[in-house]
Ligand binder design. Structure first.
Ligand SMILES: [Zn+2]
Length: 219
């Protein structure tokens, strides 16, 4: 099953993607993370990424698509993949359609997580992350240990990420509304979009997603 998780930044796509990876047994395609690790690996493609990323420029679509193609062709992604944070533009959606079609595949479902800006701010602005291992906390919903030491790795580098500041969140939400939301129309024309309420406990949202795409789970 090839599935796109869709929704504004802060809707919980990454977290839901990780849960769905376990339930569906297919890998997550998170292009941001993948580009960072490709760059760190020093591969030829990673070096091309570095030319753009090191000066804060957007990596051109065709380079990102090469990375996705490599992932989709791997054994682990033979049965499908979960796209998280991609495609962000209609041009990217069309390129992805073509790539999948060449492999005899298609996007089966686009899950659009429904959440308001107020809910996103509530969720994101209180978020804190361990800068050493990446573990995330939330000041109200899952507070970091009072010792200030990360419960996973023991580091004391628990801070607010720059991307989690309110002004950044608002700016990214507006960009999503104007640039990325049109991608939904592209998929709506294909009849593959399901809308899922993205507000609530993680497991509740996961259950709504699996119900919406017709996947049976044990609980
Ligand atoms: Zn940590």
């Amino acid at each position: 099953m090839d599935l796109v998780l869709f929704g504004p930044p802060g809707a919980g796509k990454g977290t839901q993607a990780k849960l769905l990876v376990q339930l569906l047994g297919v890998p997550q395609v998170a292009t941001g993370d993948m580009m960072r690790s490709e760059r760190a690996s020093g591969s030829e493609l990673g070096k091309r990424f570095d030319e753009f990323m090191s000066v804060g420029k957007l990596v051109p679509d065709e380079l990102v698509l090469q990375l996705i193609e490599g992932t989709l062709a791997s054994e682990t992604a033979r049965e499908g993949a979960i796209f998280d944070g991609y495609p962000r533009t209609t041009a990217q959606a069309e390129a992805l359609d073509k790539l999948l079609s060449n492999m005899g595949r298609t996007i089966d479902h686009v899950v659009s997580l429904q959440i308001t800006l107020d809910h996103i701010l509530d969720r994101v602005v209180g978020r804190r992350a361990c800068f050493n291992c990446g573990q995330t906390y939330h000041l109200r919903y899952s507070p970091p240990p009072s010792s200030g030491v990360c419960s996973v790795c023991g580091s004391s580098q628990i801070k607010q990420r720059k991307d989690d500041h309110e002004d950044v969140v608002r700016r990214r939400y507006e960009a999503y509304k104007s640039e990325t939301e049109p991608v939904l129309s592209h998929y709506e024309a294909k009849g593959v979009v399901v809308r899922v309420d993205g507000v609530g406990e993680l497991s509740e949202v996961t259950s709504r997603i699996t119900a919406a795409i017709g996947v049976e789970t044990d609980g």
